[in-house]
Design a protein around this ligand. Structure first.
Ligand SMILES: [Zn+2]
Length: 291
């Protein structure tokens, strides 16, 4: 379903409320036809193929944002320079997920399962540049943390921030890949706050118009609470397996399959990297302890 949110600009509502593997996408129906992210679901895809797409902007390299790029072979694809290589190559994609914790087969099976196709990227974007897209002038806001080249898109006239996977979901920020970075994520959330958007468009929640600052703070605090839990658990030294078995990232009530066990491991690893960088934790071999 296409919902007009400003003249000639439409929010595309995906199936299943925007949950993975879909995302809310945006279609700008001006002189040039622009599609922001492409994992919109089959029915929307058919409508978009009829309307035509000249330019695709991917907010980052994740599969639930680039999935349908290949259905628009004549479109020019734009993405941030730090995520472009992972969109172009599934080998780079898998490296960004993380070639550690015996992951190679896991990623190959995952990619075979979802049948993801790589996509060319014709234009590499940088933070700070403004894209004249007809009805919307979008400033590229580099918001790393979820991925290195994650971007938001800022329409100053309307006060709209397309915040992508700074998504304000109830689960909280997601940083379970080797290429994620929790400190960058926190900085990016703060950057979104400073912009004081009147409307945010989350890739997995859609339009958000109420209490945006409070919701951004609550979203940030999910990270800080998990960080406190890691520190609390480290009152006594723990090895990495013990830390992971606590399921601080996904929560203890969820039964994790192999894929999610790996994400749990990676997310805890990200917390440990950050806590070591803050000088709060150190490790000796496999044992982590508070300083
Ligand atoms: Zn993502």
């Amino acid at each position: 379903m296409f919902i007009e949110i400003s003249p000639e600009v439409y929010l595309i509502e995906p199936p299943n409320g925007g949950k993975f593997p879909h995302c809310f996408c945006i279609y700008i129906d001006g002189e040039q036809k622009i599609l922001i992210d492409t994992s919109c679901g089959a029915e929307n895809l058919l409508a978009l193929q009829k309307k035509g797409v000249d330019i695709i902007i991917n907010t980052h390299f994740h599969e639930d944002h680039i999935f349908n790029n290949h259905h628009f072979p004549t479109a020019s694809v734009w993405a941030h320079k730090l995520d472009a290589a992972a969109i172009r190559s599934l080998d780079v994609f898998m490296d960004c997920y993380g070639d550690i914790f015996d992951a190679q087969n896991l990623w190959r099976e995952f990619l075979d399962d979802i049948k993801l196709k790589p996509s060319p990227v014709h234009r590499e974007l940088a933070g700070g540049e403004t894209l004249d897209l007809g009805p919307w002038q979008l400033k590229v806001v580099h918001t790393p943390g979820h991925t290195p080249g994650h971007i938001g898109l800022w329409e100053e006239k309307y006060g709209v921030l397309v915040s992508a996977d700074i998504d304000l979901s109830g689960f909280g920020p997601w940083y379970g890949h080797l290429c994620s970075n929790i400190s960058d994520f926190l900085t990016s959330i703060e950057l979104c706050r400073q912009m004081k958007p009147r409307t945010m468009i989350s890739a997995h929640k859609g339009l958000i118009e109420q209490d945006i600052d409070r919701k951004l703070l609550a979203y940030r605090d999910v990270i800080l609470t998990k960080e406190e839990q890691v520190l609390d658990f480290l009152k006594e030294p723990k090895n990495f397996s013990q830390l992971v078995s606590r399921q601080i990232f996904y929560g203890q009530r969820i039964k994790l399959d192999e894929l999610y066990k790996w994400f749990e491991k990676m997310a805890i690893y990200q917390h440990l990297i950050r806590l070591e960088s803050l000088g709060l934790v150190n490790h000796s071999g496999d044992t982590y302890y508070r300083i």
